[in-house]
Design a protein around this ligand. Sequence first.
Ligand code: AMP
Ligand code: MG
Length: 335
Amino acid sequence: MLTKVLKINDESLKIAKEYILNGEVVGFPTETVYGLAGIAYKDEAVKKIFEAKGRPQDNPLIVHVHEDYDVDKLVEVEFDYVYKLRELFTPGPLTMVYKSKGVVSPVATCGLDTIGIRIPKHEGAQKFLKAVDVPIAAPSANASKHTSPVTAEHVFEDLQGKIPLILDGGMCEGGIESTVLDVTTDTPIILRSGLITCEMIKNAVGKCEYSQNTMADKVRAPGMKYQHYTPKCKTALFGRNQIEEAKDYFIQNKQKGLRVVYMCDDGIASILGENCLNLGKNASEIAHNLYDALHKAESIADVLIAFDVETGSDVDVGIMNRLTKACQRIQMEKL
Ligand code: AMP
Ligand code: MG
């Protein structure tokens, strides 16, 4: 199958609509990462999403709708704080997991009685969702386990030949996937951290908790096998106080004839000087650049040496969650 990459305009939106309504899948930009869209009502279309990505069958997809769509056709609202969250954070990088009315394909929700709904803010995403005007199931548009895509080129690299069309809306602004928030309980629970933080939700509705698996600290344990967001090169994650050890590790790998690159924030980059993929100065810059840097690393290096991020922002939780899954924390005794 030939994979077309088209800038978003009236013509390409017409083509995308035709593909989607015929049960095909299409790549499209959002303000977080690129998504792989299929009509959420059709089992066959949703199956194509899982197939193109090689995604495990038991990982449910988020359903995307445009800003004028009546979400209550798809979900039951059980708690009033939901209305406040909708008012403040949608459209935007927040997915809310509701009790489902069972309208969309059970393949999308993996047979669960809940459904994750997102209304993206990205102008191109809104245009696309309004053009098709049906609920769209969409995970990130990457091969399962690989680094999420933040440009149309990243989608093309992973899915060329497997999907007919990628709508190109430039590089995603946010850079990490949406916050996934369970709103089926009295206190909203963060299932996946993102740019809408626990602090922001607490400030809005007075309560919010992390689920057991969300905090970065929980996945910092060394030796864990991570199966998410991983670039194709070897990775090594160091603490912010391990700069000298990281430099030694750099030299050891260089001596083996390998290509090595660092990835760190602006503060550490200014200490290291050369050979750095600089993620930026603050949490939003770092989130924006993270996946692009991971893609760059795999194209220019055999070994990526990354450093923990600590900016003081609540967004650090989401960044560290991705970073600790993408990169193997290095165990010093093994050096
Ligand atoms: P991705 O599509 O790769 O961005 O991942 C979507 C995330 O949302 C995964 O972590 C899913 O497990 C989560 N998710 C989607 N729908 C539900 C749901 N109904 N209940 C709980 N988590 C969900
Ligand atoms: Mg994903």
